[in-house]
Design a protein around this ligand. Structure first.
Ligand code: ADP
Ligand code: ADP
Length: 228
């Protein structure tokens, strides 16, 4: 469902972020992307969101070459991929309910669909009782639950998570991982970039390791690193 074919990315300043990347991710997979800072993890994800264009190569989402599509079809990508960030990125002047509802409004959902779907998603992430709170009234874990609710409310086929536990204490990080695991179990493909070594090692899922813009390891039931 996601394919990178001979993808390279060189930024304008000559910095080579990715060199000849080939990755296939099947529907329903759970994939960790690991690698030190600057290895190219964010670049890989931004390419899939069409926030940036590759210097060469093709990127497929559900058989569609997204490097070829017209800008007017970018909403197709945004509906099919939910994104979660380390720093949550909630709208501070909207309540929990409104933050999630807004994600539906921008893809043109009807008020009726929104009224039906938002409470269902808030219940799934365990935030029904915080629907009318503002972000500054939430703990870190609750922030991340809202941002996950927002990411999945349009039923995307892919969830991209860029260091989603980076700002959370270990217990809260595990709560969030349980939630992401459940979303994957229900059929959503998950691609998660992370430095959380313990989480990667405990989850026993596919691990793709990047180093200086190259795939240096791609293992099923992988580990964060192989200590020598
Ligand atoms: P990671 O997410 O693994 O930390 P990135 O994809 O952010 O890695 O960065 C990969 C490389 O590309 C790094 O050398 C980084 O400095 C460079 N890079 C990232 N974004 C830009 C940019 N907008 N302009 C120039 N170079 C960039
Ligand atoms: P944590 O222990 O994860 O840091 P907090 O101590 O920040 O959590 O919050 C504990 C609980 O109190 C959370 O459920 C949060 O939603 C609630 N809470 C925190 N600050 C406020 C606030 N200013 N107004 C209302 N509820 C709050």
């Amino acid at each position: 469902m996601i394919r990178y074919v001979n993808v390279s990315k060189e930024y304008g300043n000559g910095s080579k972020a990715l060199s000849n990347i080939n990755i296939n991710i099947d529907k329903g997979e759970f994939v960790f992307i690991v690698g030190s800072s600057g290895a190219g993890k964010s670049t890989l994800m931004k390419l899939l969101l069409k926030e940036i264009e590759p210097t060469s190569g093709k990127i497929y989402l559900n058989k569609l070459d997204i490097t070829k599509i017209k800008n007017r079809r970018i909403p197709y990508i945004r509906r099919n991929i939910g994104v979660v960030f380390q720093d949550f990125r909630l709208l501070p002047n909207k309540t929990v309910y409104e933050n999630v509802a807004f994600a539906m409004e921008i893809v043109g959902a009807s008020p009726r669909e929104i009224r039906r779907q938002v409470p269902m998603i808030l219940s799934m992430v365990g935030l029904s009782n915080k629907a009318h709170n503002y972000p500054n009234q939430l703990s870190g874990g609750e922030h991340q639950r809202v941002s996950i609710a927002r990411a999945i409310v349009n039923s995307p086929s892919v969830l991209i998570a860029d260091e989603p536990t980076g700002n959370l204490d270990p217990d809260t990080a595990w709560e969030i991982m349980k939630l992401i695991k459940e979303i994957n179990r229900r059929g959503t493909t998950v691609v998660m970039a992370t430095h959380a070594k313990e989480i990667v090692n405990m989850m026993k899922r596919r691990v793709i390791a990047l180093e200086a813009g190259k795939v240096v390891r791609d293992e099923q039931k992988g580990v964060y690193d192989h200590e020598i």
